[in-house]
Design a protein around this ligand. Structure first.
Ligand code: ADP
Ligand code: MG
Length: 326
């Protein structure tokens, strides 16, 4: 047991690899992350930095046989999920722990009506008898995520839903059993900007109502600014910075975070050309021994290439792994 009244989830030194023909890809390489009750935390980083692998590791649904958790602990309400049986994990998934997948077109079964898929989620996890009929509960759920005319919509197939409506239906499935932890992996990537803002607004409302903790995975800082209270930045399998939202945007510490923020267009700020971080992230098959960002970092010096920087506590829940601050 590991108990702290504020902590819903505590990941300690998580290591997850994919074993491929080319070798071991260390997708998550020693990650520490704590999520408190009711927090909305944004997990940001370039594509391939290991964000999805963290969520698949928490849920224990890594692609098989390649994906394996090779070390660490994942405490959920004081119990290590990595010591749970497969059956225990099946019970927790979709119930206490819930994940909204990246692509709604893949996450829903195209051959089954939306209402049926919702009712299956409800049925599977509800052994207690419920007074309202399943159909009424499905309608109520779709109402909660603001799908118009839910009474008739439950009889639609997924292809009859627009992108935004599909994403709402997926959120409905995600919150069907009032989870305590909701992981949303790029929930708005496929949507246009206004619909994305609506879906995020909806997630925020749902969060207020259910008091669930949310991990929002995205490469979009605007989404994070809209609903998150804290940001965690990943680079090449490791967390390089953690900060409360205001601190992050006003005083980012890690040069990679500074680059990410600079590469977002700001209304009213005049620039000839939008900034972009040059170069590519390293291969996770054989990452460099020093700071993984060093080859792309304008401020890097000798030490950065030789040794991985320790995490420095800057105070106020702001932490950074960078030699400039160590
Ligand atoms: N099924 C898989 N087999 C092999 N490598 C994988 C697999 N899934 C992900 N990876 C690798 O793991 C790393 C992290 O991927 P991922 O967690 O999906 O990153 P992100 O979600 O941040 O884009 C990448 O290098 C990716 O190529
Ligand atoms: Mg991903």
């Amino acid at each position: 047991m590991n108990t702290n009244k504020k902590e819903l989830l505590k990941i300690e030194n998580l290591q997850t690899s994919f074993f491929t023909k080319k070798g071991e890809i260390k997708a998550v390489d020693g990650v520490d992350l704590t999520i408190e009750y009711g927090e909305t935390v944004g997990l940001v980083g370039e594509s391939g930095s290991g964000k999805s692998t963290i969520s698949l590791s928490i849920m224990q649904v890594l692609p098989q046989p390649a994906g394996k958790i090779t070390g660490g602990k994942v405490w959920f309400k004081g119990e290590n999920l990595l010591e749970k049986t497969k059956e225990d994990m099946r019970q927790l998934r979709g119930d206490r722990l819930s994940m909204i997948m990246q692509d709604p077109m893949v996450a829903m079964n195209p051959l089954l009506k939306v209402g049926y898929q919702l009712s299956e989620t409800l049925k599977y996890h509800n052994t207690k008898t419920v007074s309202t009929s399943l159909k009424d509960r499905c309608i109520a759920l779709l109402k909660r995520v603001k799908v118009p005319a839910p009474e008739s919509r439950i009889n639609d197939y997924p292809f009859q839903f627009s992108g935004g409506m599909s994403q709402r239906a997926l959120i409905a499935m995600g919150i069907a059993n009032n989870p305590e932890l909701l992981i949303a992996d790029e929930p708005t990537t496929a949507l246009d900007v206004t619909i994305a803002a609506q879906v995020l607004g909806l997630m925020k409302d749902v969060q207020k109502e259910t008091k669930a903790s949310i991990i929002l995975i995205t490469h979009d800082l605007a989404s994070i600014a809209q609903i998150c209270s804290r940001v965690v930045v990943m680079y090449a399998g490791r967390i390089v910075e953690k900060a409360p939202i205001n601190t992050f945007f006003k005083k980012p510490a890690h040069p990679y975070s500074v680059g990410l923020i600079r590469s977002v267009p700001v209304l009213g700020r005049k620039t000839d050309r939008l900034y972009s971080i040059t170069g590519q992230p390293p291969s996770l098959l054989n990452p460099p021994k020093g700071c993984r960002f060093a080859p792309r970092c304008e401020k890097a010096y000798e030490k950065c290439f030789q040794q991985y920087p320790p995490e420095t506590d800057l105070g106020g829940r702001h932490k950074v792994a960078c030699w400039l601050f160590a």
